[in-house]
Design a protein around this ligand. Structure first.
Ligand SMILES: Nc1ncnc2c1ncn2[C@@H]1O[C@H](COP(=O)(O)OP(=O)(O)OP(=O)(O)O)[C@@H](O)[C@H]1O
Ligand SMILES: [Mg+2]
Length: 798
C-alpha cells in the first residue's frame, strides 16, 4: 500500500495550467481518508473498478473532482456517502500498478458538488467552485501568522522525519488561506476529519485560527516526545559512563596491584570450587561459569543469579561420603534395637547390606515399604541409616505435582532453585545418604509435568549415575545414595516405578505384638520424653496396655497407641509437678481415670448392630489396614424404584449388590421368600460410614447375606464377619488383603470369619498362629455354605 501522505509542492511547476472557469460538470473520484488541498501534489492509488474506469476514460491531463468518503469502509460509495466539499484536481500522470493504478494529482480549487448527474460507469456531478477571498492584513492577523509559523517551526524541528525545508517554504507563502492549507497537509499528527474540516472552512481567517489550535497541540506533543527521547539517551550514556569508569578503575587497581571486592569474591568462589572435589567434566563447566562471572558487573541481576549458582556448585558433596564399611552383624543389632519383630523386613535389609559389603558398587533394586500408617516405615528407614552409619534424609512425595520439585527449575530467573533431590544432598553434605522418599503412592501429576518420570530417573540405577538437575545442568552421581521409598498402598504407584522396586510389606500388628512394642519401645520412650526418670518410677500393667490397645485405639500401626501412652505419662508427670499423690502403677482403672471413657467398644458394637435381621458384617481392605464394614438391607412398600443403594458405593460395589440381589431372587423358593415382595416393595442397601467412598467386589457375599436376612427375618450370627465375591450362581470367589482383614476382624472383636475356600493358602502363608488367635475361620465355596454359618436357623418373632 502506498502512503497517502501528501507530497507537498507549494508552487507546482505546472506546465499546462488548465482553463477552469468553464467547468460545470466533472467526474467525481471518491477517496478514503484522503484530503487534497489546493496547491498540493498527491499520488492517489486507485483500485476500485469504477475509479479505474474513470481514470481510463479520462487519461492524464484531465480535470476531475475528488470527494472523500464519510465512512472509509464503504466499498462502492453512493453520492450520499461523500462529503459535499471536495477538491478540483488536475491529473498529471497515471502509472499502472500491479493492482490498479497510481494517479498523480494536483489540487486546484475547493469545490462543492451541487447535484450528481451520473453514477454509472462512474460518478459525475455538477459542481460549484468555492471562491477564496484574501482578507485584509491586520496586525492581529499578522501576529497569528507569526505565531503559526513559529509553532510550525518547532514541530518540524522536533520531528526527525520532517524536512527542515518545510518551515522555510511555509515562510514564503504569502496567502493566508494557502498557508493554512499547506500546514494542514504537512502536519503528520492531523486526522482525516480535521483536514476535512479545514477544507470546508471557507473563511481563511478562521481557517488559520483552526490550524493554530491544532499546531499548538502538536507542538506540545512533539515537545514531550523529544523530552522522552532525550531522557532515554541520557540514561544510556549514564550507564555507558559508569561502564567506562569501572573499566578505568579496574585498570588502575591492576596497576596498583589491588583487586576490587567482586574480584575477591570470585577468587573465594574459585577456591571453594577447587576444594569441592568435582569430576573433571563438571569442573571445566564450573570454571567456565566462574570466568563469565568475573566479567559481569556485580550490580547486575545476572551476577546474583550466576553467583548463587556457583555457590550451589561449590557446596554440593561431589566426593564427600559418610558411609563406613558395612558391618552386617552390627547392623542387625541396631535394627533390633530400634524395632520389634519385623523379621522378614529386617532379614531382607540385612541381605541387601551383605551384598553391598561384598560388592560396594552393586546396583540393587529400590526398597519400597508398603503398609498402613504408623507401622514403622519411616522409623525403619532412619534405623537403616543408623545401622549403616550414614546420614538420613526424608523427602515427602505426597502431593508433588511438578516435575521441577524433583528436578529443579532452569537457571533463568533469580528465584530458581535445584530440585528436592539436590537440595537434600546439600543439606546432608554427603553423596551417600539414606534417602527416604515418603508417600510415593501420593505423587500427583498435571500439566506441569509428570514427577513420576523424573523420579524414575532418580531411582533407576542405570540412569542415576548421571542425574541431571535442571538447575545445575551438569550430571551428579546418585548411584551411592541408598533410596528407600514408602507407600500406604501399592496400586497408585506408576507401573514403571513399581517395576524397579522391591516391595516389602508391613501389614500391621496384632494385639500381642502391639503390647510387646509398647513395653519395649513406646513406654520407655514416652517416659523419658515426659520427664519420668528413675526418681519418678511408673509401671504399666499388661492389662492396662491391652485396655488402651482395645478401647482407645483402632489402627493397624502403633502411632495412636504411642500417643495415648504419651498422654498417660504426661498426666502422671503433671501430678508430680502439682505435688498431688503420685501414681506409680498404671491399671485399667487408672487408664480410664486419666484418659476418660473408652473410645471404642468393638465387640459390643458388633453385637448391638447385628441384633436385628438385615445387618451383616463385612471385612474391607483399606489403605490404613483392614476394617469391618456394616451392610444394612431394608425394604419399604412401593415397588417403583426397585433397588436403592446409598453410602458412597463405587461402581464395582454397586454391581456386586445387583449380583447379590439376583442370586437372592433366583433362590426365593429354597429360602421360603414370597416372590411377590419384589413387586410391591423397594429394596434398599446401605453401607454406613457414608462419607468414605468404598469399592471392590469383596463385599458380595455380605450383601447377599444382609438381603437374605432382611427378607427371611433370620438374624445374622453375632460376632461373625465375612468377605468374598459372589457369582450369579452363588459361587464364592477369592479376594485380596486376607491378612489385613483377619487382623482387623480381631481388633474389632469378631470371633468367627467366613473366607472364600481359595483364600485358605493366604491364611496359611501370611498369618502366624498367634495372629489368628482364637478366631474361628471357616472356608466357604458356595452361598449355601455361607448361609449355613451366617444366618440363625429361625426367624426372629416380631
Ligand atoms: N516394630 C516396631 N517397633 C518399635 N517401634 C515401632 C515399630 N513399628 C512402629 N513403631 C513406632 O511407631 C511410630 C510410627 O512409625 P512411623 O512414623 O515409622 O510410621 P509410618 O509407617 O512411617 O507411618 P506413615 O505411613 O503414617 O508415615 C514410630 O515412633 C515408630 O518408632
Ligand atoms: Mg512415615
Amino acid at each position: 500500500m502506498l502512503s497517502e501522505e501528501p507530497i507537498i509542492l507549494p508552487e507546482p511547476e505546472n506546465e499546462n495550467p488548465p482553463e477552469l472557469e468553464a467547468v460545470e460538470e466533472v467526474p467525481i473520484l471518491p477517496v478514503r481518508d484522503t484530503v487534497l488541498f489546493p496547491h498540493a501534489l498527491l499520488p492517489i492509488s486507485v483500485g476500485r473498478p469504477a475509479s479505474v474506469a474513470l481514470i481510463k476514460a479520462l487519461g492524464k491531463n484531465g480535470t476531475i473532482g475528488i470527494a472523500s468518503q464519510l465512512e472509509a469502509g464503504q466499498d462502492s460509495p453512493a453520492p450520499a456517502d461523500l462529503h459535499q466539499v471536495g477538491t478540483l484536481i488536475f491529473v498529471h500522470k497515471v502509472v499502472a500498478m500491479k493492482e490498479g493504478m497510481l494517479v498523480f494529482c494536483e489540487g486546484i480549487a475547493r469545490i462543492r458538488t451541487l447535484e450528481y448527474t451520473a453514477t454509472e460507469p462512474f460518478l459525475k456531478a455538477r459542481i460549484e467552485r468555492l471562491p477564496e477571498v484574501e482578507p485584509e492584513v491586520t496586525p492581529a492577523l499578522e501576529a497569528l501568522r507569526q505565531n503559526v509559523l513559529s509553532a510550525f517551526h518547532q514541530v518540524v524541528a522536533n520531528a526527525p522525519n520532517l524536512s527542515d525545508e518545510l518551515h522555510a517554504t511555509a515562510g514564503n507563502i504569502s496567502e493566508i488561506g494557502h498557508l493554512a492549507d499547506f500546514i494542514s497537509g504537512a502536519l503528520p499528527g492531523m486526522s482525516h476529519v480535521e483536514r476535512q474540516n479545514i477544507l470546508e472552512e471557507l473563511d481563511v481567517n478562521a481557517r488559520l485560527e483552526q490550524v493554530n489550535v491544532l499546531l499548538a497541540r502538536e507542538a506540545e506533543l512533539s515537545e514531550l516526545r523529544s523530552k522522552i527521547q532525550s531522557q532515554v539517551q541520557g540514561q544510556l550514556s549514564q550507564s555507558q559512563r559508569e561502564f567506562y569508569l569501572r573499566e578505568q578503575l579496574k585498570a588502575i587497581q591492576k596497576e596498583l596491584g589491588e583487586s576490587d571486592e567482586s574480584q575477591q569474591d570470585v577468587e573465594e568462589l574459585r577456591e571453594k570450587l577447587e576444594a569441592a572435589g568435582m569430576p573433571d567434566e563438571v569442573k571445566t563447566e564450573a570454571m567456565k561459569e566462574l570466568k563469565r562471572l568475573s566479567r559481569i558487573s556485580p550490580m547486575s541481576p545476572e551476577y546474583t543469579v550466576t553467583r548463587t549458582y556457583m555457590e550451589w556448585m561449590a557446596s554440593l558433596p561431589w566426593s564427600k561420603s559418610s558411609g563406613e564399611a558395612v558391618n552386617v552383624a552390627r547392623a542387625a543389632e541396631i535394627l533390633d534395637e530400634d524395632h520389634y519383630d519385623l523379621e522378614k523386613v529386617k532379614n531382607r535389609i540385612l541381605d541387601y547390606l551383605a551384598v553391598r559389603q561384598l560388592k560396594p558398587t552393586m546396583k540393587g533394586p529400590i526398597l519400597c515399604f508398603v503398609g498402613p500408617p504408623g507401622v514403622g516405615k519411616t522409623s525403619l528407614g532412619r534405623s537403616i541409616a543408623r545401622a549403616l552409619g550414614r546420614k538420613f534424609a526424608r523427602i515427602s512425595m505426597g502431593g508433588m505435582h511438578d516435575e521441577a520439585e524433583i528436578r529443579g527449575h532452569r537457571r533463568t530467573y533469580i528465584g530458581s532453585l535445584p530440585g528436592q533431590i539436590v537440595q537434600s544432598l546439600r543439606r546432608t553434605g554427603v553423596n551417600d545418604p539414606v534417602f527416604m522418599l515418603d508417600e510415593v503412592d501420593k505423587l500427583g501429576r498435571d500439566f506441569r509435568g509428570d514427577p513420576a518420570s523424573a523420579l524414575l530417573e532418580v531411582l533407576d540405577p542405570e540412569q542415576n549415575a548421571t542425574f541431571r538437575d535442571n538447575y545445575l545442568d551438569v550430571p551428579f552421581d546418585l548411584s551411592r545414595v541408598l533410596f528407600i521409598t514408602t507407600a500406604n498402598v501399592l496400586d497408585p504407584i506408576p507401573d514403571a516405578l513399581r517395576d524397579r522396586m522391591e516391595i516389602i510389606d508391613l501389614p500391621g500388628y496384632t494385639e500381642q505384638e502391639k503390647a510387646i512394642i509398647s513395653f519395649r519401645y513406646l513406654i520407655p520412650r514416652q517416659k523419658t520424653e515426659n520427664g519420668l526418670d528413675e526418681t519418678r518410677p511408673l509401671e504399666f500393667g499388661d492389662d492396662a496396655v491391652r485396655h488402651i490397645i482395645r478401647r482407645y485405639t483402632r489402627e493397624a500401626g502403633v502411632r495412636n497407641l504411642e500417643r495415648e501412652i504419651g498422654n498417660v505419662c504426661r498426666k502422671v508427670a503433671r501430678r508430680y509437678a502439682e505435688g498431688k499423690q503420685a501414681i506409680s502403677a498404671v491399671t485399667p482403672e487408672i487408664v480410664e481415670e486419666l484418659l476418660g471413657a473408652p473410645k471404642f467398644r468393638a465387640d459390643a458394637e458388633l453385637a448391638e448392630r447385628t441384633s436385628r435381621p438385615g445387618v451383616a458384617v463385612g471385612l474391607a481392605w483399606t489403605p490404613v489396614g483392614g476394617d469391618v464394614l456394616f451392610i444394612e438391607a431394608g425394604k419399604m412398600p412401593g415397588g417403583s424404584k426397585g433397588l436403592i443403594m446409598t453410602g458412597q458405593l463405587g461402581s464395582v460395589m454397586q454391581e456386586s449388590v445387583q449380583a447379590a440381589l439376583t442370586w437372592v431372587r433366583a433362590n426365593t423358593e429354597t429360602y421360603g421368600i414370597d416372590p411377590e415382595v419384589f413387586k410391591n416393595s423397594d429394596i434398599h442397601v446401605h453401607v454406613p460410614a457414608g462419607a468414605i467412598p468404598k469399592d471392590g467386589p469383596s463385599a458380595g457375599i455380605t450383601m447377599a447375606v444382609a438381603l437374605l436376612s432382611m427378607l427371611t427375618g433370620r438374624r445374622v450370627t453375632p460376632n461373625l464377619a465375612m468377605t468374598g465375591e459372589i457369582t450369579l450362581t452363588g459361587q464364592v470367589l477369592p479376594i485380596g488383603g486376607v491378612k489385613e482383614k483377619v487382623l482387623a476382624a480381631k481388633r474389632n472383636g469378631v470371633t468367627e470369619i467366613l473366607l472364600p475356600h481359595e483364600n485358605e493358602v493366604n491364611v496359611k502363608e501370611d498369618l502366624q498362629r498367634e495372629q489368628i488367635g482364637d478366631i474361628q475361620i471357616r472356608y466357604v465355596k458356595t452361598m449355601d455354605d455361607v448361609v449355613q454359618y451366617a444366618l440363625e436357623p429361625a426367624p426372629v418373632v416380631a
